[in-house]
Design a protein around this ligand. Sequence first.
Ligand code: ADP
Length: 498
Amino acid sequence: MIPTIRGALQRHSLQGKITLGYYAVAAIILVASLFFVGELRTLEARVMLGQRATDLFNTVLEIRRFERNFFLHQQPADLVENGRYIKLAQDMLTANRADFAAIATQARLTQLRTRLNDYQRQMAAFSAADWRQFEAAEPQVRLLGQKVVAIAEEMAGSERRQIQTTLASFRTLLLGVILSMALLIVVIGRALSQRVVRPLKEMESSVEAISANRRETLSAPSNDREILSIIAAFNHMLKELDLRQKSLMRSERMASLGTMLSGVAHELNNPLSNISTSCQILLEEVGESDVATQKLYLEQIDQQTERARSIVRSLLDFSRERAFRKEAVLLRPLVAQTVGFVRGEVSAKSVVQLSIPEDLRVLADAQRLQQVFVNLIRNAMEGLGPQGRIDISAQIVHAGEPPAGTALGEGCEAKGAMVEICVTDNGPGIAPDILPRIFDPFFTTKDVGHGMGLGLFIVYEIVDEHGGCIAVESAPGQGATFCIRLPATDAGNNKGAQ
Ligand code: ADP
């Protein structure tokens, strides 16, 4: 179906705008073409008039040619031809009266007619039996003939000039119209491209803002039908992606919980056995020990119960779903607790060394940060041999200091002070060909059922969510170092860490 102009105007759509642009250009071309057709007709009429004037002039020249021949050779045939051409000229003037009225003034035409009639009359006199008796009149006839030629020539010349003037103004007009048409088409094209391209450009920058995490949804830059449906589809897709990402995070957290449970059981074992020991001593010494000793054991039971409760609470905190919330997190206890939780996987001979200042804090969501440590420490532990060693260090770094590791560290918004936390292991290391892919979702070198390939992807996402960055340095057989940088809290919180 061909869209109508009204339809194009009514509908807010890119298609409507483009159709409207086409109609406008077509209308301009149509108007210009009609204008030129009209101008060409005027020019054609002018050329016709020119032709009439030229024909008349040529006829008058023929009249004079036969007149000259007659006076030279005195042949009656020349006189007859002369008379025929005079009649032809008179007929031309009568038949094309209107055309000649447009070429010369009425007075000039009357003058031409009168002179032609006079000339005819005088030439007719020569047809008498002895024309020599009129010989004396020859110069006068010639003079009359010259006057007739002069008027006809003047008419032909003036018409030629008219045609030249018309042609010159037609050329100027043509140039003007072509230029204004080109200008109009450029203006329409620009307006059209602005109306069509501007919303697309705005969408492009909004999409960039979304991928840089500066905004969450696309807003409509115009109410064109196509744009609105793209925006709706895109926002729907964003929502779906968000849901899927949350679900991936959840399943990864569940997997981490599985890893942590054996560590938690081990962690709980200590306070429980301490409680049990204190209870046994109390039971054995019922009635024997003094109140102060009994109070000491009871306090120990209370402390160990609190410790067990705190372990269980941490596990519950980790498993619970909650909104992203940044706060000043004391780093060392969080890392120590995570190591304790994940410890179940470490070989008995492996060593985990922490070099983290006691009072170093980081501005982060504690739950998400713990997830980062679980994933990094679990990865480090998984490849460790019997002499395995993991070093976890943290320090304050400043903007401009290059992050340890490879180019993956780029993009870190290292403005002001950042906390750099590195997890180093002496495990098998990572081959250079897989190093660029380890942060990709679902990339794993582990056997089916042993790794989902989401651990480092989630680490990357969480670090990015905090405005931080991550870098890795590794070579086969030389272990691996993963360093993350996260915004530090106020300088005051990290005094001891400097
Ligand atoms: P998964 O652990 O489920 O395989 P990850 O995203 O955590 O998924 O890790 C992706 C891959 O990166 C791992 O399969 C492994 O090959 C490599 N990798 C990660 N951390 C280390 C490390 N500390 N040492 C050696 N290889 C590692």
